[in-house]
Design a protein around this ligand. Structure first.
Ligand code: TPP
Ligand code: SF4
Length: 276
Protein backbone atom coordinates (compact mmCIF):
# COMPACT_ATOMS: atom_id res chain seq x y z
CA UNK A 1 0.00 0.00 0.00
CA UNK A 2 1.33 3.43 -0.90
CA UNK A 3 2.36 5.47 2.12
CA UNK A 4 0.55 8.80 2.23
CA UNK A 5 2.73 11.86 1.62
CA UNK A 6 1.42 13.07 4.97
CA UNK A 7 2.49 10.02 7.03
CA UNK A 8 5.84 11.58 7.87
CA UNK A 9 4.08 14.29 9.85
CA UNK A 10 2.62 11.75 12.28
CA UNK A 11 4.33 9.83 15.08
CA UNK A 12 3.47 6.40 13.78
CA UNK A 13 4.60 4.71 17.00
CA UNK A 14 1.87 6.60 18.89
CA UNK A 15 -0.93 5.20 16.74
CA UNK A 16 -3.66 4.01 17.00
CA UNK A 17 -5.05 7.17 18.51
CA UNK A 18 -7.37 7.38 21.52
CA UNK A 19 -10.28 9.04 19.73
CA UNK A 20 -13.66 7.34 19.28
CA UNK A 21 -14.15 5.85 15.80
CA UNK A 22 -15.45 8.61 13.54
CA UNK A 23 -14.40 11.49 15.81
CA UNK A 24 -13.79 14.65 13.82
CA UNK A 25 -10.49 15.33 15.58
CA UNK A 26 -8.69 13.03 13.11
CA UNK A 27 -10.09 15.01 10.17
CA UNK A 28 -8.80 18.28 11.62
CA UNK A 29 -5.42 16.67 12.30
CA UNK A 30 -5.19 15.50 8.69
CA UNK A 31 -6.26 18.89 7.37
CA UNK A 32 -3.57 20.53 9.48
CA UNK A 33 -0.71 18.33 8.20
CA UNK A 34 -2.07 18.71 4.68
CA UNK A 35 -1.90 22.50 5.12
CA UNK A 36 1.66 22.31 6.49
CA UNK A 37 2.68 20.14 3.54
CA UNK A 38 1.07 22.39 0.93
CA UNK A 39 2.73 25.42 2.53
CA UNK A 40 6.10 23.64 2.47
CA UNK A 41 6.83 24.59 6.09
CA UNK A 42 10.06 23.34 7.63
CA UNK A 43 8.88 20.85 10.30
CA UNK A 44 11.88 21.84 12.43
CA UNK A 45 10.42 25.35 12.64
CA UNK A 46 6.90 24.36 13.60
CA UNK A 47 5.87 24.27 17.27
CA UNK A 48 2.44 23.00 18.29
CA UNK A 49 0.99 23.54 21.73
CA UNK A 50 -2.18 22.06 23.22
CA UNK A 51 -3.90 21.95 26.60
CA UNK A 52 -6.07 19.10 27.85
CA UNK A 53 -9.05 17.43 26.21
CA UNK A 54 -9.73 14.88 23.49
CA UNK A 55 -8.74 17.38 20.78
CA UNK A 56 -5.68 18.46 22.75
CA UNK A 57 -4.32 14.92 22.47
CA UNK A 58 -3.43 15.90 18.90
CA UNK A 59 0.05 17.02 19.98
CA UNK A 60 0.89 13.42 20.90
CA UNK A 61 0.49 12.31 17.29
CA UNK A 62 2.01 15.25 15.41
CA UNK A 63 5.67 14.82 14.50
CA UNK A 64 6.85 18.39 15.15
CA UNK A 65 8.10 20.19 18.24
CA UNK A 66 5.08 19.76 20.47
CA UNK A 67 3.97 20.62 24.00
CA UNK A 68 1.00 19.00 25.72
CA UNK A 69 0.41 21.43 28.57
CA UNK A 70 -2.24 22.26 31.20
CA UNK A 71 -5.97 22.58 30.68
CA UNK A 72 -6.68 26.10 29.40
CA UNK A 73 -3.07 27.25 29.40
CA UNK A 74 -2.01 26.31 25.87
CA UNK A 75 -2.26 29.88 24.53
CA UNK A 76 -0.08 31.13 27.42
CA UNK A 77 2.53 28.44 26.71
CA UNK A 78 2.30 29.21 22.99
CA UNK A 79 2.93 32.89 23.72
CA UNK A 80 6.05 31.92 25.67
CA UNK A 81 7.32 29.74 22.83
CA UNK A 82 6.77 32.55 20.31
CA UNK A 83 8.60 35.11 22.46
CA UNK A 84 11.53 32.77 23.07
CA UNK A 85 11.73 31.45 19.49
CA UNK A 86 10.15 34.01 17.15
CA UNK A 87 11.45 32.15 14.09
CA UNK A 88 9.03 29.30 14.86
CA UNK A 89 5.58 29.02 13.36
CA UNK A 90 3.58 28.52 16.57
CA UNK A 91 0.21 26.80 16.43
CA UNK A 92 -2.08 26.34 19.42
CA UNK A 93 -4.77 23.69 19.17
CA UNK A 94 -7.55 22.81 21.57
CA UNK A 95 -11.21 22.33 22.28
CA UNK A 96 -13.90 24.90 22.89
CA UNK A 97 -13.69 24.17 26.63
CA UNK A 98 -9.94 24.45 26.77
CA UNK A 99 -9.61 27.56 24.61
CA UNK A 100 -12.77 29.49 25.53
CA UNK A 101 -13.79 28.47 29.08
CA UNK A 102 -10.78 27.94 31.34
CA UNK A 103 -8.50 29.38 28.65
CA UNK A 104 -10.80 32.20 27.54
CA UNK A 105 -8.76 34.89 29.20
CA UNK A 106 -5.55 33.84 27.45
CA UNK A 107 -7.40 33.56 24.15
CA UNK A 108 -8.82 37.10 24.18
CA UNK A 109 -5.51 38.63 25.24
CA UNK A 110 -3.51 36.78 22.58
CA UNK A 111 -5.98 38.18 20.04
CA UNK A 112 -5.75 41.67 21.57
CA UNK A 113 -1.95 41.60 21.45
CA UNK A 114 -1.95 40.31 17.88
CA UNK A 115 0.40 37.54 19.02
CA UNK A 116 1.89 35.99 15.94
CA UNK A 117 0.44 32.50 16.19
CA UNK A 118 -2.34 30.36 14.79
CA UNK A 119 -5.07 29.23 17.17
CA UNK A 120 -7.16 26.33 15.91
CA UNK A 121 -10.33 25.84 17.97
CA UNK A 122 -11.79 22.32 17.64
CA UNK A 123 -15.38 23.28 18.41
CA UNK A 124 -17.51 20.20 19.17
CA UNK A 125 -19.90 22.26 21.34
CA UNK A 126 -19.16 20.21 24.47
CA UNK A 127 -16.47 18.91 26.86
CA UNK A 128 -15.71 15.57 25.24
CA UNK A 129 -12.96 14.16 27.41
CA UNK A 130 -14.69 14.63 30.76
CA UNK A 131 -18.07 13.19 29.80
CA UNK A 132 -20.11 15.75 27.93
CA UNK A 133 -20.53 18.80 30.19
CA UNK A 134 -21.78 21.93 28.42
CA UNK A 135 -19.19 24.43 27.25
CA UNK A 136 -19.25 28.11 26.25
CA UNK A 137 -20.20 27.04 22.72
CA UNK A 138 -23.05 24.67 23.60
CA UNK A 139 -26.02 26.34 21.92
CA UNK A 140 -28.98 27.55 23.98
CA UNK A 141 -31.42 24.70 24.61
CA UNK A 142 -29.04 21.88 23.67
CA UNK A 143 -28.53 18.95 26.01
CA UNK A 144 -25.31 18.09 27.84
CA UNK A 145 -24.58 15.97 30.90
CA UNK A 146 -24.78 19.15 33.01
CA UNK A 147 -27.83 20.56 31.22
CA UNK A 148 -30.12 17.59 30.94
CA UNK A 149 -33.22 19.71 30.28
CA UNK A 150 -31.41 22.02 27.87
CA UNK A 151 -28.68 24.61 28.25
CA UNK A 152 -29.99 27.89 29.72
CA UNK A 153 -26.97 29.93 28.61
CA UNK A 154 -26.31 31.66 25.31
CA UNK A 155 -23.17 30.52 23.55
CA UNK A 156 -20.10 32.37 22.35
CA UNK A 157 -19.75 33.03 18.66
CA UNK A 158 -16.05 32.20 18.36
CA UNK A 159 -15.59 34.29 15.23
CA UNK A 160 -17.21 37.36 16.78
CA UNK A 161 -15.21 36.89 19.97
CA UNK A 162 -11.92 36.64 18.04
CA UNK A 163 -12.67 39.69 15.89
CA UNK A 164 -13.83 41.80 18.83
CA UNK A 165 -10.73 40.80 20.78
CA UNK A 166 -8.44 41.95 17.96
CA UNK A 167 -7.38 38.84 16.00
CA UNK A 168 -6.22 39.89 12.55
CA UNK A 169 -7.09 36.65 10.72
CA UNK A 170 -10.38 34.92 11.56
CA UNK A 171 -12.04 32.05 9.72
CA UNK A 172 -14.49 29.23 10.25
CA UNK A 173 -15.05 25.87 8.61
CA UNK A 174 -16.31 22.40 9.51
CA UNK A 175 -14.92 18.88 9.28
CA UNK A 176 -17.36 18.23 6.43
CA UNK A 177 -15.70 20.97 4.34
CA UNK A 178 -12.25 19.41 4.12
CA UNK A 179 -10.79 21.43 1.23
CA UNK A 180 -12.04 24.71 2.63
CA UNK A 181 -10.65 23.78 6.04
CA UNK A 182 -7.18 23.08 4.58
CA UNK A 183 -7.23 26.33 2.60
CA UNK A 184 -8.21 28.41 5.65
CA UNK A 185 -5.57 26.75 7.86
CA UNK A 186 -3.00 27.47 5.12
CA UNK A 187 -3.95 31.14 5.12
CA UNK A 188 -3.76 31.25 8.91
CA UNK A 189 -0.28 29.71 8.80
CA UNK A 190 0.82 32.33 6.27
CA UNK A 191 -0.67 35.16 8.30
CA UNK A 192 1.48 37.50 10.42
CA UNK A 193 -0.33 38.05 13.71
CA UNK A 194 -3.08 36.39 15.70
CA UNK A 195 -4.93 33.97 13.45
CA UNK A 196 -7.99 32.09 14.68
CA UNK A 197 -9.55 29.22 12.76
CA UNK A 198 -12.68 27.74 14.28
CA UNK A 199 -13.48 24.24 13.05
CA UNK A 200 -16.88 22.76 13.84
CA UNK A 201 -16.18 19.11 14.58
CA UNK A 202 -18.26 16.14 15.69
CA UNK A 203 -18.37 14.64 19.15
CA UNK A 204 -21.12 12.16 18.33
CA UNK A 205 -20.30 10.20 21.51
CA UNK A 206 -21.59 12.99 23.76
CA UNK A 207 -22.95 16.04 21.95
CA UNK A 208 -24.46 13.99 19.15
CA UNK A 209 -25.88 11.27 21.42
CA UNK A 210 -27.49 13.82 23.75
CA UNK A 211 -28.96 15.79 20.85
CA UNK A 212 -30.48 13.10 18.60
CA UNK A 213 -27.45 12.81 16.29
CA UNK A 214 -25.64 9.77 17.75
CA UNK A 215 -23.70 8.78 14.62
CA UNK A 216 -20.70 10.68 13.29
CA UNK A 217 -22.38 10.80 9.88
CA UNK A 218 -25.46 12.56 11.30
CA UNK A 219 -23.32 15.42 12.56
CA UNK A 220 -21.40 15.58 9.30
CA UNK A 221 -24.74 15.77 7.51
CA UNK A 222 -25.76 18.57 9.91
CA UNK A 223 -22.61 20.51 9.01
CA UNK A 224 -23.26 19.92 5.33
CA UNK A 225 -26.92 20.96 5.47
CA UNK A 226 -26.43 24.02 7.68
CA UNK A 227 -23.23 25.62 6.40
CA UNK A 228 -23.70 28.84 4.47
CA UNK A 229 -21.05 31.05 2.94
CA UNK A 230 -20.50 34.57 4.23
CA UNK A 231 -21.76 35.96 0.92
CA UNK A 232 -24.99 33.97 1.11
CA UNK A 233 -25.50 34.79 4.80
CA UNK A 234 -25.51 38.52 3.98
CA UNK A 235 -28.65 38.03 1.92
CA UNK A 236 -30.44 36.09 4.66
CA UNK A 237 -32.69 37.33 7.48
CA UNK A 238 -31.53 36.88 11.09
CA UNK A 239 -34.20 34.23 11.82
CA UNK A 240 -33.11 32.24 8.77
CA UNK A 241 -29.58 32.16 10.18
CA UNK A 242 -30.59 30.44 13.45
CA UNK A 243 -28.69 27.11 13.64
CA UNK A 244 -26.81 27.98 10.44
CA UNK A 245 -23.03 27.79 10.40
CA UNK A 246 -21.54 30.69 8.49
CA UNK A 247 -18.23 29.52 6.99
CA UNK A 248 -15.34 31.27 5.29
CA UNK A 249 -12.83 34.02 5.94
CA UNK A 250 -14.24 36.80 8.14
CA UNK A 251 -11.18 38.95 8.69
CA UNK A 252 -7.75 39.21 7.12
CA UNK A 253 -5.93 42.44 7.87
CA UNK A 254 -2.31 43.51 8.23
CA UNK A 255 -1.18 44.99 11.53
CA UNK A 256 2.12 45.11 13.38
CA UNK A 257 2.41 42.03 15.61
CA UNK A 258 3.34 41.93 19.29
CA UNK A 259 6.81 40.54 18.58
CA UNK A 260 7.46 43.13 15.87
CA UNK A 261 6.47 45.95 18.23
CA UNK A 262 8.60 44.49 20.97
CA UNK A 263 11.60 44.21 18.63
CA UNK A 264 11.15 47.83 17.57
CA UNK A 265 10.99 48.96 21.19
CA UNK A 266 14.17 47.03 22.09
CA UNK A 267 16.03 48.54 19.11
CA UNK A 268 14.85 52.06 19.98
CA UNK A 269 15.85 51.60 23.62
CA UNK A 270 19.29 50.34 22.63
CA UNK A 271 19.80 53.26 20.26
CA UNK A 272 18.76 55.72 22.99
CA UNK A 273 21.04 54.18 25.59
CA UNK A 274 24.00 54.32 23.17
CA UNK A 275 23.44 58.05 22.69
CA UNK A 276 23.38 58.69 26.44
C1 TPP B 1 -7.39 22.70 35.69
C2 TPP B 1 -8.23 21.59 35.13
N1 TPP B 1 -9.57 21.68 35.21
C3 TPP B 1 -10.34 20.70 34.70
C4 TPP B 1 -9.76 19.60 34.11
C5 TPP B 1 -10.64 18.52 33.58
N2 TPP B 1 -10.78 18.56 32.14
C6 TPP B 1 -9.98 17.85 31.33
S1 TPP B 1 -10.38 17.99 29.72
C7 TPP B 1 -11.66 19.02 30.10
C8 TPP B 1 -12.61 19.57 29.05
C9 TPP B 1 -12.28 19.21 27.67
O1 TPP B 1 -13.18 19.84 26.80
P1 TPP B 1 -12.68 20.59 25.51
O2 TPP B 1 -11.56 21.49 25.80
O3 TPP B 1 -13.87 21.19 24.84
O4 TPP B 1 -12.05 19.43 24.61
P2 TPP B 1 -12.67 18.10 23.97
O5 TPP B 1 -12.39 17.02 24.97
O6 TPP B 1 -14.12 18.33 23.75
O7 TPP B 1 -11.89 17.97 22.72
C10 TPP B 1 -11.75 19.24 31.47
C11 TPP B 1 -12.79 20.08 32.13
C12 TPP B 1 -8.36 19.54 34.03
N3 TPP B 1 -7.73 18.53 33.41
N4 TPP B 1 -7.61 20.53 34.54
S1 SF4 C 1 -15.59 11.72 23.34
FE1 SF4 C 1 -16.18 12.98 21.59
S2 SF4 C 1 -14.45 14.41 21.23
FE2 SF4 C 1 -13.75 12.71 22.56
S3 SF4 C 1 -12.84 11.23 21.13
FE3 SF4 C 1 -14.99 10.62 21.48
S4 SF4 C 1 -16.14 11.61 19.81
FE4 SF4 C 1 -14.13 12.60 19.92
Amino acid sequence: MAVSRLAKYLRQDRLPHVWCPGCGNGIVMKAFVDAVDREGLDPDRVAIVSGIGCSSRVTGYLNFSTMHTLHGRAVAFGTGVKLARPEFNVIVMGGDGDMLAIGGNHFVHACRRNMDMTMIVFNNNIYGMTGGQYSPTTPFGKVASTSIRGNVEDSFDVVDLAITSGATYVARSTVFHYNQMVRLIQKALEHRGAAVVEILTNCHTYYGRYNAMPEATRLLQFFKDNAVTIEKSKKMEEEELTEKIVVGEFRNIEKETYTERYDRLVKQSLAMSQKE
